[in-house]
Design a protein around this ligand. Structure first.
Ligand code: UDP
Length: 456
């Protein structure tokens, strides 16, 4: 338990993908809930720069201090091409030393107040070792979904069952060796468990994480009570203590959204309920060019109005004349205020890569999904969306073709199957909103988390 005087909490982010933002939102919520505690947020300078809007929304004089650490790239080093594996590897190599130094600075910055608790992204598993040495609690935040966390916890078991490299013919087998995963398939596991490079930086990272998490004081989860009861019950047996505090974007104060520079919301105001498809593949992934062209053709063929979050580089792959031909019923813009758009009644479907933040945001917007997952936990999330919660569908054949796009759009936006998905996701939406109301599960769990972290 943290010191009961004036706690000093170090929060350590994983500076890739959409990982640091939820941890910073949690920091802001904790800082409001525990005004006499100090919160030192430690993250790479580059990732902190991408959180500038969130950080600048913190009132001056607030009890949050932000510390930059190096991203591990030697001075003058330029990555040959965007290479996530190499970037993560370089960061991790230097991370332990850099984080320790930042914690020393944080103690100085807090007038010598020693660190009383470490909260970290669960990927920063070695924060558990640091906390143990410092004899303070460690509270990892798992920013993904409970199913993907469970697959990491079962890595050794799955390798015993399928081998480190499953034979291709077994990829379509159900994952019924974990009873609540029987609707999912081996191929939907994150790579690095029983296929792909099981010795990659990332595979080793999550494997180490799975070994360390059972020692954590409390594991905080971005999910909510009632969404996946069987998974939650199982995770409860793996960890000392878990607290579901999601959906985090409903529970924590959200920074001001970027201005709606492209007028998406106003554009949606002119559309009937549940008629528009919103398309985004998150902050890292983009559709391979032939699939982007096929999606554009499918949109044209279906006649469905759309908003597509697509950077200028991706727009170059659209079929010639597409933007002009669809200008009356489509918006293609480089950035969309996703939370607002998914909460707009006109949006009736979300074509998504199934990053966990997008999945949670779609659920709380009550919007069924059309899934095009790429890597990591995205395939598993897509399987859960389509076959466990039944609030979405995939593209036939797993990739976007013109025909598959047209079919999926029609199913979700125009057919009875889509109507049933909308009803089911509407129920989950109510459950999610309910969980974050005063006196309800996620709010109560957040209070319990404040107690674990701050000692009061
Ligand atoms: N996002 C957004 N506008 C866009 C594209 C993405 O606001 O045009 C946000 C989205 O709301 C979500 C995040 O970016 O919170 C993407 O997170 P996710 O976990 O889905 O995917 P990742 O970027 O980590 O692959």
């Amino acid at each position: 338990m943290g010191s009961t005087g004036n706690p000093h909490v170090a929060l350590i982010a994983f500076p890739f993908g959409t990982h640091a933002a939820p941890l910073f939102s949690l920091t802001a919520a904790l800082a409001t809930a525990a005004p006499s505690a100090t919160f030192s947020f430690i993250n790479s300078g580059r990732s902190n720069a991408s959180l500038a809007r969130d950080i600048s929304a913190v009132p001056s004089g607030a009890n949050i201090r932000v510390y930059d650490i190096s991203d591990g790239c030697p001075d003058g080093y330029v990555l040959p091409v965007h290479n996530p594996e190499e970037e993560v590897g370089l960061f991790l190599q230097a991370a332990a030393v850099n984080i320790r130094e930042a914690m020393e600075k944080a103690v100085e910055g807090a007038g010598g107040r020693r660190i009383s608790c470490i909260v970290s992204d669960a990927f920063i598993w070695f924060a558990g070792k640091m906390a143990e040495e410092m004899r303070v609690p460690w509270v990892p935040l798992w920013t993904g979904g409970p199913y993907s966390l469970a697959t990491h916890m079962y890595t050794d078991f799955l390798r015993l069952k399928f081998g480190e490299q499953v034979t291709p013919s077994r990829l379509s087998e159900p994952l019924d060796c974990i009873p609540y995963m029987s609707a999912l398939q081996v191929r939907e596991l994150p790579e690095g468990i029983v296929f792909g490079n099981t010795d990659s930086v990332f595979a080793r990272l999550v494997h180490s994480m799975a070994k360390e998490l059972p020692h954590a004081t409390t594991v905080a989860l971005n999910t909510f009570h009632g969404l996946d009861p069987a998974v939650d019950a199982d995770l409860d047996t793996k960890f000392k203590h878990t607290l579901s505090i999601g959906p985090l974007h409903l529970l924590t104060p959200q920074p001001p959204q970027p201005a709606d520079s492209y007028g998406c919301v106003q554009w949606l105001d002119n559309h009937a309920p549940a008629t528009v498809v919103y398309i985004s593949f998150g902050t890292i992934m983009s559709l391979p060019p032939p699939e982007a062209a096929a999606l554009a053709e499918g949109l044209e063929a279906s006649g469905v109005p759309f908003i597509w979050s697509l950077k200028a580089a991706g727009q170059a792959y659209l079929p010639s004349g597409f933007l002009e031909r669809t200008s009356g019923r489509g918006l293609v813009v480089p950035w969309v205020p996703q939370l607002k758009v998914l909460n707009h009644p006109a949006v009736g479907a979300f074509v998504t890569h199934c990053g966990w933040n997008s999945v949670m945001e779609s659920v709380t917007g009550g919007v069924p999904m059309i899934c095009r997952p790429f890597l990591g936990d995205q395939r598993l999330n897509a399987g859960v969306v389509s076959r466990v919660w039944k609030i979405g569908a995939g593209f036939e054949g797993g990739i976007v073709t013109t025909g598959a796009a047209e079919k999926a759009l029609r199913l979700v936006l125009m057919e009875d199957g889509g109507k049933a998905m909308r009803e089911r996701v509407g129920k989950l939406r109510e459950m999610a909103i309910g969980a974050t109301k005063p006196g309800e599960s996620s709010t109560n769990n957040f209070q319990a988390l404040v107690e674990v972290i701050c000692g009061y």
